[in-house]
Design a protein around this ligand. Structure first.
Ligand SMILES: *Cc1c(COP(=O)(O)O)cnc(C)c1O
Length: 723
């Protein structure tokens, strides 16, 4: 389902995790019951740090992102915070006599890299080191191997942590760990502990199949119980040297994170900074409270009662973080988004309309059918980056591109969903299909054989030609199709056909379409008889859905309808969906002139003024995709809510309109070439019709030289910057 408000669970759990970490450092139940305190701080609270690491991994690590900028930005930010934290705690270091230890310099280096200069600060260098290791493992090996490698590191960590009692008894192991402990006080650090959590976080983000809530809850309880038993046994037999790493912590975190992702609602990104501040500042609060208690002789309450102590530390830390957040928001001016390139001609993309269309289309589709967003040709001229990244943000998981290069581009933009390449890809590019995890359309038998011979495990959808006579296997080729399912390397995930007159409701066209659908199902039936388990099936594109909504498929490949327009203005459809146009084409007047009666305008003197005429020059031409055959009064634009006809020939980069009767027009006045102005509208379908074409063609030719302006910033850290 569409859920743009996806991560509110993460936001809330950040605060919970921060409070759990305070518990680890204050032992709230210690004055009541040691075992209860062990359970709270050494078992339950042990989920907090992995949660933070997984959250970082969730937004940072991806098999698909090619852009190392994200990693460097993360490292820079974390190091900056670390540097600030080190400075803040220098007074406490001095008070503790930190600088009086022997071998000061080696100790400082060791602490800065692994242990932190105060006990809790180890987390920051660990997340930098962990992120780097996880990033390179995932980039080089993909998930299974990357996970295995990080699991080996984690295992080494385990035997220096909760299971140290075992390695302690084996002399060669013992020597090995003594060596490690010379460099890092614990194995709970950036090398052995952090990478695996980053990788699991990235994995969950990349491969998000909704693990059912019930399954996640059960999984969590089972693994938590096992971890509980594991911890108590290790504790009982005094095997723990330190107690932050358990075997069952891993499945426990996987399920917990899936449960957290289930909480949907408004995001509270402010909690991110708050939890960070709480994390960094709480040891300071502990010190301050101790001082305060000593000064006012309140040790009995504030210190000796561990629970009150805990709550006081929590309260003061939360208040402090709130104050700092408020102060920060007050002092830091809000970054206002500068829309680039509205000075000449631009496409205004309304992402709210896009969201609306997705919702409306999904409602029209059968319940378990998925929307496959067709974003070929720069998303029909709307800007592939802007459209696809927003669609992914609101929960669309399947995309279609025309070419392999468009598919690769989508991956570069950080798209993690399925990507089907609708067109033909040269077989020598098989490795790229595999590398970027693209799904290739199989166009015929010979091609399938060749692709299989390349030796890569490529995901594919088989295309069946049911009468369009473009790409696809013939319907009488069941044997050939069958053989594809049995091929060694390529894997079939889908089978589809394309309708060629689904936009027409004329009887003979409807009959033709029904014949196409029937022969497609006949092929499927034959395959079933050959004991093939059918993969996902799809038939409809936009008009397929609008005119044949009763078909039950696994996907609908929606292109033009997603963008809220019809192909031509007189298309009648069975379903009348309330779709909203996503794109407007705008420009600004750069110059106004008066042409005297008898004077000419433009190339070929195509316009001759019959009377004194006021014209406006607009900086957009056919090189921007605006059709040249709208010249000489065929086309018109909107200025201040009035229609202004185009005069003379449209040039490559400019055109002229008649504004004689329009009031208040100045240089700089906005011109609408597609879209609404006041109560008037120029719809893309009408404009395309006048120019003798269809909306699909006209829109898909735009978006190269035109700047794209959206009404939302696309700033989810998951998506890399367009480079
Ligand atoms: C372009 C394309 C679509 C999308 O068509 P719309 O009519 O824009 O929805 C669907 N399927 C295939 C095979 C395509 O090439």
């Amino acid at each position: 389902m569409t859920d743009k408000k996806n991560y509110s669970g993460i936001d809330f759990f950040r605060l919970i995790a921060a409070l759990l970490i305070i518990a680890i450092h204050t032992s709230p139940l210690s004055s009541f019951n040691e075992t209860a305190d062990f359970i709270l701080t050494r078992i339950i609270a042990r989920v907090a740090v992995p949660f933070f690491l997984m959250t970082s991994g969730f937004f940072l690590i991806s098999e698909y992102t090619q852009n190392t900028k994200k990693l460097t930005a993360f490292i820079k930010k974390t190091l900056l915070i670390y540097a600030a934290a080190i400075l803040i705690y220098i007074p406490i270091n001095i008070y503790n006599g930190y600088f009086k230890t022997d071998y000061l310099l080696p100790n400082i280096i060791k602490d800065i890299i692994f242990d932190g200069t105060l006990y809790h600060l180890w987390y920051l260098p660990a997340s930098v080191i962990g992120a780097v290791i996880a990033w390179y493992l995932v980039k080089t090996f993909k998930y299974p191997k990357a996970f295995a490698a990080s699991a080996i590191l984690y295992t080494i960590g385990l035997f220096g942590d909760s299971y140290y009692g075992i390695s302690d008894k084996i002399s060669c192991l013992n020597n090995f760990y003594q060596l490690i402990f010379q460099v890092s006080d614990y194995t709970r650090n950036g090398i052995f502990y952090a990478p695996i959590f980053f990788i699991i976080g990235g994995f969950i983000a990349d491969k998000r199949q909704e693990t059912g809530l019930l399954k996640s809850i059960c999984g969590f309880f089972v693994s938590f119980t096992l971890m509980f038993a594991e911890a108590l046994i290790l504790h009982r037999f005094k095997l723990q040297r330190h107690d932050s790493m358990y075997v069952f912590l891993l499945p426990c975190m996987y399920f917990l994170f899936n449960i957290i992702l289930y909480f949907k609602g408004k995001r509270h990104t402010g909690f991110k900074n708050m939890s960070l501040i709480i994390y960094i500042i709480h040891p300071m609060m502990i010190v301050i409270i101790r001082l305060f208690a000593k000064l006012f002789h309140m040790q009995k309450w504030l210190i000796e009662n561990s629970l009150i102590h805990y709550f006081t530390v929590c309260l003061t830390s939360v208040i402090f973080s709130l104050l700092l957040t408020v102060l920060y928001n007050k002092c830091m001016p809000k970054k206002t988004k500068q829309n680039p390139g509205t000075d000449r001609a631009y496409l205004q993309i309304d992402l709210n309309s896009l969201e609306h269309n997705v919702k409306v289309l999904k409602e029209a589709m059968s319940a378990d059918c998925e929307l496959m967003a067709v974003v070929k040709a720069e998303a029909y001229g709307h800007g592939m980056y802007e459209i696809a990244s927003h669609l992914e943000k609101i929960g669309v998981k399947a995309f279609a591109a025309a070419t392999i290069d468009e598919g690769i581009m989508l991956r570069r933009y950080g798209i993690r969903g399925e990507i089907l390449v609708l067109g033909y890809t040269q077989v020598f590019r098989a490795k790229e299909l595999y590398k970027y995890d693209l799904i290739q359309t199989l166009t015929d038998h010979e091609y399938s054989v060749l692709l299989d011979e390349q030796g890569y495990n490529i995901k594919t959808h088989i295309k069946i030609d049911t009468g369009m006579h473009r790409l696809g296997f013939d319907t009488d080729e069941a044997k050939n199709i069958f053989s594809v399912f049995r091929m060694k390397n390529i894997k079939v995930y889908g089978i589809y056909t394309h309708l060629c007159v689904s936009d027409s409701l004329l009887d003979e066209d409807v009959n033709f379409t029904k014949m196409q659908i029937k022969s497609f199902y006949k092929v499927l039936h034959t395959l079933e008889q050959m004991h093939i388990t059918l993969p996902k099936i799809h038939i409809q594109s936009s008009y397929g859905l609008l005119n044949y909504p009763e078909l039950k498929c696994d996907y609908v490949r929606t292109g033009i309808a997603l963008y809220g327009v019809l192909s031509s203005p007189d298309n009648k459809t069975k379903l009348h969906l309330d779709l909203k146009p996503v794109l407007s084409l705008k420009s600004k007047i750069i110059l106004i002139k008066t042409v005297k009666k008898g004077e000419y305008v433009g190339y070929g003197r195509a316009f001759k003024a019959r009377k004194d005429t006021k014209i406006a020059i607009i900086p957009i031409g056919y090189a921007d995709g605006y059709p040249r055959n709208l010249s000489c009064g065929k086309g018109y634009v909107l200025i201040n809510g009035h229609f202004a006809p185009i005069v003379g020939k449209i040039c490559m980069d400019q055109l002229t309109v008649d504004i004689t009767d329009i009031p208040d027009v100045k240089a700089g006045t906005i011109v609408t070439l597609i879209g609404t102005d006041g109560d008037k509208e120029i719809c893309a379908a009408a404009l395309s019709d006048i120019s003798g074409s269809i909306t699909n063609e006209i829109l898909s030719r735009m978006g190269r030289r035109l700047d794209i302006v959206t009404n939302k910033t696309i700033d989810d850290p998951k998506f890399c910057i367009k480079s």
